[in-house]
Design a protein around this ligand. Structure first.
Ligand code: ACO
Length: 328
């Protein structure tokens, strides 16, 4: 069986920095409230009405990942694009990205699993690669969430950011790489985090737009409690499957939903700060992009090196939760 390995990473965030103080000018919030409850200091948003979509952010992240991997776009056989804020309902953002980077030999499709999107995407490419069907793959997580937020709702607008992260994976003969992936879902709790209208069940109408039903709605405190529990379950699944204890981890890259959630999971695992990647202070929650952005920053900073045992874990809307264990 071949061994799929991440051989190059990249990322891109919009230039436009939006601080908590900026948001406090339009909604009833404060920098202190947002920092203390979430750990977020600022996020990046595309300029309003700029026409920039996730495939544009992903193009830059993908070009960086391809460059770091030393792989040409025409060598890519499959693009998996993880997003819950696609450029359009049709076509997929994956197809738009394929055209933008000139990956003319690649099949392309989107994966929708909210904040667990990247790990769900990783499991998808792992399966395609371990069967030998595809050997060189581009996996992207990218979001323009700023256009899907009700900017009058202080409970959601402060949390989310825009950005993209990308990985190039290639099959090799040497054992290691993606060791295991673990996916979970509970659709019965889908209303804890959802967009009520805009799909085929409740198509866009002037009335629904007026009621802001096209934007994300969230029951934050419920999600917080569920998030900690599911995060821990996903982590436990990866460690148990590989017969490892938390001390064996060299680097933990959690989904960046809330710094307090990450702290609780970190405490449970007993990991020192040096092993846990946190960048939510600078980017907020970039949903499917959060793990690949954090992964890229950890690799670039030398926190992940050849042979490192790396754990990815996430939870999000759906509800979904997921983990992956990697030997770098
Ligand atoms: N600024 C100031 N006050 C606020 C804000 C704000 N931005 N937002 C809410 N409040 C107020 C509330 O109205 C409430 O006021 P009240 O007591 O007068 O009613 C008070 O603060 C407390 O509100 P809670 O919602 O209980 O605050 P909490 O401590 O739970 O923090 C938060 C809210 C940060 C959203 C937290 O619940 C959380 O992080 N939940 C998880 C969110 C999450 O992970 N979401 C992403 C999921 S991933 C995905 O798939 C996209």
């Amino acid at each position: 069986m071949p061994f799929p390995r991440i051989i190059g990473t990249g990322f891109h965030v919009p230039e436009n920095v939006v601080t908590n103080d900026d948001l406090a000018k339009t909604v009833d919030t404060t920098d202190q409230w947002v920092r203390e409850r979430t750990g977020i200091r600022e996020r990046r948003w595309v300029a309003p009405e700029s026409g920039v979509g996730p495939s544009d952010l992903a193009e830059k992240a993908a070009r960086m990942a391809l460059g770091n991997a030393g792989v040409g776009a025409e060598e890519i056989e499959l693009i998996v694009f993880c997003t819950m804020t696609p450029d359009r309902l049709l076509p997929s953002s994956a197809c738009l990205l394929q055209a933008k980077i000139g990956a003319v030999n690649a099949a392309a499709f989107d994966v929708v699993a909210a904040c667990s999107g990247f790990v769900y995407g990783l499991a998808t490419v792992e399966s395609f690669m371990k069967t030998g069907r595809y050997n060189t793959v581009l996996l992207v997580g990218a979001e323009v969430f700023s256009n899907r937020l009700n900017h009058e709702d202080r409970t959601t607008t402060v949390l989310f950011g825009d950005g993209a992260g990308a990985c190039v994976l290639r099959n090799g003969a040497e054992p290691g790489g993606i060791l295991s992936t673990h996916l979970f879902a509970d659709g019965s709790q889908h209303q804890v985090l959802w967009v009520p209208s805009g799909g085929s069940v409740a198509p866009p109408t002037v009335e629904r737009c007026g009621k802001k039903e096209m934007f994300v709605q969230m029951q934050g405190p419920d999600l917080f409690k569920i998030g900690v529990k599911r995060f821990c379950e996903a982590v436990d699944a990866a460690l148990a499957h590989n017969g490892l204890s938390p001390e064996a981890l060299d680097c933990f890259v959690p989904h960046q939903a809330n710094a307090r959630i990450i702290e609780m999971v970190q405490r449970k695992l007993g990991l020192p700060d040096a092993k846990v990647v946190v960048n939510i202070d600078r980017y907020g929650n970039t949903t499917a992009a959060s793990i690949p952005i954090a992964l890229h920053e950890a690799v670039t900073a030398g926190r992940i090196q050849a042979g490192s045992i790396v754990l990815l874990a996430s939870f999000g809307g759906g509800l979904t939760w997921a983990s992956a264990l990697i030997r770098w």
